[in-house]
Write a protein of this length. Structure first.
Lengths: 109, 119
């Protein structure tokens, strides 16, 4: 079945450093979604990318969708302690979403 | 944005008892809700898709008779963990999808989750 792989599993960065998480799907996706889950919280929708090669920005967050629509990345510039949490990518499979394993981001101040 | 509530947020029950978890979409109608289970520092494991007015669709390996799902209205879905055992202890999260539109898949809005502990 469809698989969504995400790396790295963990990332510890110094505050102010950049951070990137990568997502790869075993199949071509109609869209890719990104979610953030703070420690002790629940996943919160961040963004959806639909077009091949699409790039979207939200303040210090930059989201990319690959040309082949099988991979995506989330890049955070100059991380802050508020960026701590787990970042999940997810791709649709029918009316369901298949989530990646997530990347846990820890920021050292 | 869309708000999904979940109740209770935490529950402790004895082994062998049943626990009901409610998931409500507060400001929109959700024809489809999803139930997930999440282990510590792990990803979301989809348990079932809850469709309003029809039977839920369970993922492979999820026992239908153990995890009863009812989606009686466009704003409420319930998950009942029957005859709970300690291994059922977990974080259960529901979500609702606002829109299903062609090639775009509606984003999901998650409830705050329910921490179940079975003693």
């Amino acid at each position: 079945g469809q698989q969504v792989m995400q790396i790295p599993q963990y990332q510890h960065v110094q505050e102010g450093e950049d951070f990137t998480t990568y997502c790869n799907s075993s199949t071509t996706l109609s869209n890719i979604q990104w979610y953030k889950q703070r420690p002790g919280g629940h996943p919160v929708f961040l963004i959806q990318l639909v077009k091949s090669g699409e790039v979207k920005k939200q303040k210090r967050l930059t989201f990319q969708f690959g040309e082949a629509k099988k991979n995506s990345s989330l890049h955070i510039t100059a991380t802050q302690t508020t960026d701590v949490g787990t970042y999940f990518c997810a791709g649709p499979n029918g009316n369901k979403l298949v989530f990646g394993a997530g990347t846990i981001l820890r920021v050292k101040s | 944005g869309a708000v999904v509530s979940q109740h209770p947020s935490r529950v402790i029950c004895k082994s062998g008892t049943s626990v009901k978890i409610e998931c409500r979409s507060l400001d929109f109608q959700a024809t489809t809700m999803f139930w997930y289970r999440q282990f510590p520092k792990k990803s979301l494991m989809l348990m079932a898709t809850s469709n309003e007015g029809s039977k839920a669709t369970y993922e492979q390996g999820v026992e239908k008779d153990k995890f009863l799902i009812n989606h009686a209205s466009l704003t409420l879905s319930t998950l009942t963990v029957t005859s709970a055992h300690p291994e059922d202890s977990s974080f259960y999260i529901c979500s609702a999808s606002i829109l299903w539109r062609g090639p775009q898949h509606g984003e999901q809005y998650f409830g705050p989750g329910t921490r179940l502990t079975v003693t």
